[in-house]
Design a protein around this ligand. Sequence first.
Ligand code: NAD
Ligand code: MG
Length: 380
Amino acid sequence: MKKIAILGSTGSIGTQTLEVVRANGDIEVTALAAGSNITLLEQQIREFKPYLVCVWDEEKAEELRIKTADLPVKIVSGMEGLLEVATEPKSSILVTAIVGMIGIRPTIAAMEAGKDIALANKETLVTAGHIIMPLAKEKGVRILPVDSEHSAIFQCLNGEQRQGLRKILLTASGGPFRGRTREQMKDVRPEDALKHPNWSMGRKITIDSATMVNKGLEVMEAKWLFGVEPENIQVVIQPKSIIHSMVEFTDGAVLAQLGTPDMKLPIQYALYYPERRYLAGDRLDFWKLKEITFEEPDMENFRGLALAYEAMKKGGSMPTVFNAANELAVSDFLNGRCSFLGIAERIEAAMQAHKAIKNPAVEEILETERWTREYVTVHC
Ligand code: NAD
Ligand code: MG
C-alpha cells in the first residue's frame, strides 16, 4: 500500500489530496501537519488515522492532544514537529501543500530521508531550487509537480527526450483583473482580489494570481523542474484555464495538456505516477467550449511578472527577496496594511536594495528572508 505524509492538510491542496485518497481507497496516510485548524485536523485524524500529526501552534497542539486522547496518535508542534512529519519513516511520498518558504527545511529533510516529493509548495523551489534539484538527483528521489501548469508540462514531456525540448509555454488565466490598467487597480480591496475566475484556492495564491506574481513564481518553478532557461519560458494568457500548459519541441511540434480546472487531477497524477486512475468530474466538451483564446501578458500593468523575470535573471538570493517581500506584502494587503499595487512596489524596493548572494546555502536563504522582511517593514 502506498503511504504518504501531508504538510498543510487543512488547506486547499491538502483537503483535495485527502479527497483523492478517499476516492481511491488504497493509500495510507501516515502523518499530517497543519497550522491551527484543529477542528478539521481532528476530523481528518478520525477518518484517515495517521499516527503522527503536527500543529504549528503549541497551544493548539495541546488542545488537539486532549481532543484525540482516545486515539493512538502522537501530536507534535513547531518546526521540530514539521520536520518529524516530513521524515516520518513509513511514508514514501511527502505532499508539500504548505504555503510559503517555511516549506524549505521540511522538504529538504524529507528528501534526505529518501522520500519522493509531490510538490505544491512552489515557494520552496523558487527560493531553494539550486539546492533541491541537485539533492533530488543525489538521493535518487523524484520531485512530482502538483501545480497544474507544471503537471501539464510533466505530462507532455512523458516519454520525450529532454534535448528535444525547445520552449515551455506556461499558460495563465490572467486573474480577476486581466485587461485593467494600474489606475483601474489602485483601489482594489482584498475581497475583490480573492475572487478568482476559474480556481478556488488558498488566500495567498489567490492574491498572487491577481497580481500575476503567481505566474512569476511558476516561471521560476518551471526553470528548476525542467532545466529550461528563462528566455525559453513564455507566459501565454488563456483566460478559461482549459489548456494547463504546453511544450514546444525543436521540430516545431507543440504538445498541450487540457482538462477542466480541477486540482485533483494533478494531485492524483503525482501520487500514482506513472499510472493514470479514474477521476470523477466534468469532462471537456469541445462542442460547447467552441473556442480557446490567447493573449500576451501585460507586464507593464502587472509588474509582479516582470519583476519575477528580473529576479530569476539575477538569480542567487534574488528570488528569495522577491518571494519573501511578496509573502509579507500579501499578508499586509489581506490585513489592510498595504494597497494592491503596493505589493509589487514592495517587491521592487526590496530587490533594488539587495545585493544578490550567489548560490546561497539554506541558512543564507533564511537570513535573506529575515533581511527582506525587516527591509520591507522599515522602508515600505
Ligand atoms: P492554503 O492556505 O489553502 O493551505 C495552506 C496549508 O498550510 C494549511 O493547511 C495551513 O494550515 C498550512 N500551514 C500554513 N502555515 C503552516 C505552518 N507554519 N505549519 C504547518 N502548517 C502550516 O494554501 P493552498 O492554496 O492549499 O496552497 C498550498 C501551496 O500549494 C502553496 O504553495 C500554493 O502556491 C500551492 N498551490 C496551490 C494551488 C491551489 O489550487 N490551491 C495550486 C497550485 C499550487
Ligand atoms: Mg498553477
